[in-house]
Design a protein around this ligand. Sequence first.
Ligand SMILES: Nc1ncnc2c1ncn2[C@@H]1O[C@H](COP(=O)(O)OP(=O)(O)OP(=O)(O)O)[C@@H](O)[C@H]1O
Ligand SMILES: [Mg+2]
Length: 329
Amino acid sequence: MSQDAALIINNIFGGYFVKYNGSKYVDAVNDVSLLIRRNEIFGIAGESGCGKSTLLKIIYGYLRPPLIVKQGSVILPLKDEKVSILSLSEEERRRKVWWKVISWIPQNSMNVLNPTMRIKDNFVEIMRAHMNIAKKEAMEMAIDYLHKTGLPKDVINAFPHQLSGGMRQRLVIALALITKPQIILADEPSTALDVVMQRGVLQLLANSQRTLRNTIVMVTHDLAIHAMLCDRVAIMYAGKIVEIATSKELFEDPLHPYTQMLLASLPRLGDKELRQGIRGSPPDLSAPPKGCRFHPRCTYMKEICKSEPPLLVEADKEHFVSCYLYSGV
Ligand SMILES: Nc1ncnc2c1ncn2[C@@H]1O[C@H](COP(=O)(O)OP(=O)(O)OP(=O)(O)O)[C@@H](O)[C@H]1O
Ligand SMILES: [Mg+2]
């Protein structure tokens, strides 16, 4: 096992059992393995609905119905033990892992805020549970962190529902940083914000990573953010990781046909017309295509792509891709 691993994610299969017009399983995360390193910003990108948020929830161990994990493990190596996050009870995760070691900035901030408590009580409760700190000191620190994310002081007295989505998102970012965790799982941390605010909070996250030398897993569909902030990036398509590389390599030399199309569809300065999007649409994950899940949209499709899912192989140093164009079949 690598010494510098922050999180080891092994062969995760997870999704949603939904009961609506009969029952079906939404296969949102299929055989995902990742090694996230200490002191890196690791990005996860991909179209809407490809499973990014589901993967992050599973890594955090936020397993609320209808989400289930069928198989796999998430290992958190600590100084004197290796914690298997999915083997813990929720109470143990709350006590040993959440906030203290890993904090989560969910796409929906209400997942971590208690709606019946004022913001100050939300902060103080979490801070006092995980930091050795007096109530008054916790309040002062909370106000300071809220200020850092551009929020006014009096937000501290509000209830979560009284704030806008953007304000709530900023305060969850403040909350995620305040306990100085080793790992931050950030799910679209800046999407509800205007461009100026977006810059501010991303800068705050990046600065905290530099100061604390911790790990950030950054989920966003915005590739510009990945290019700007991330050390390495994984591209997800229909529940599977199809490519992983350093962000420099990924943007300069994308290997997977899906990544190539994703990058080609980005607008460039000087464009007179809209660029062509990716043809077709992502599959319904309750009935994903057999073989390579991208094959129905791929211009390089071969016979084997329809029946056998390709493995993720190291095509170049530190550059992994799951496509038969590179695995020699
Ligand atoms: N609570 C749920 N019940 C049933 N299906 C769900 C639920 N949440 C997500 N899904 C389905 O799981 C799949 C993956 O969703 P997920 O939210 O992880 O995607 P995402 O990549 O985060 O998308 P986005 O970019 O829109 O946030 C989708 O098909 C989605 O419809
Ligand atoms: Mg999402």
